[in-house]
Design a protein around this ligand. Sequence first.
Ligand SMILES: C[S@@+](CC[C@H](N)C(=O)[O-])C[C@H]1O[C@@H](n2cnc3c(N)ncnc32)[C@H](O)[C@@H]1O
Length: 267
Amino acid sequence: MIDVANMSNKVLIREQYKNTDNLKLRKSLHEKYSVNRTGFQKWMFDQYPFCAGMKILELGSGRGELWNNYFENDTLQNLKMDILLSDFSDGMTEHLHRTYSDRGFFVRKIDITDIPFGEDVFDLIIANSMLYHVKDIDLALSEVRRVLKRDGLFFCSTFGTNGMMQYLYRALDELGIPYDHESNISFTLQNGMQLLEKQFDRVERRDYEDALEITDVEDYLEYIYSMASLQGLDRGNYDILLKYFNSRKRNGCLHVPKEYGMFVAGL
Ligand SMILES: C[S@@+](CC[C@H](N)C(=O)[O-])C[C@H]1O[C@@H](n2cnc3c(N)ncnc32)[C@H](O)[C@@H]1O
């Protein structure tokens, strides 16, 4: 039984992200099969308005992969910015410490709903692919607003409701595999603008055009089974799903739509 409400169940989210394995597996599907070869992380990174001495906070950093782009750019390293990476999971925070502490970054365990700083501290705050996990989204966004400088910017990415999950739900419907329709996905491209406008004066949406062209359907199934929101999906359905998705291939590829993008918000 798929429980979509689990997208923002804190216990499940902590369990899913207790180490970096599930996240790594899901990233590799995108890297291997995405049509847009720019890469979502690079596309976002290139839009951040970096400048000298800036104070930056990233929330829900995960494995911190966004910052690979930073180390490829000498100019950025000369800007002497103050960069703090964070996550609420112990496993992720330990990984961030191991990977980034001795490369000039600060690392701290932080829950977005309780950011341990005073008002007006950061010039740039980033929260990528994590707000949809947060149950109390208004509290999370009010915390971001509180610690953001008056002339600062908040960049947050998320998915839309016409992408990979909806494609999967349609398949499960067709196959008669039951799942919970009650959606509690707290932050998407469709509702993000409205939620951000409660806290920020200026909000802009930017979309990233992409899709997956999958040649090996087993990679896709491993991805599906690694998701917190699908923890209840029975492994016994594996062969049925494999056969179904293989039959949907055209010219050797399974075409899976993606809908990703980000919002830029300011006060
Ligand atoms: C899908 S991963 C995204 C990681 C990274 N931002 C990226 O784009 O690759 C979501 C991350 O958000 C973290 N997370 C979930 N809820 C959180 C919360 N309330 N506060 C801080 N981090 C949270 C998870 O531990 C996980 O590392």
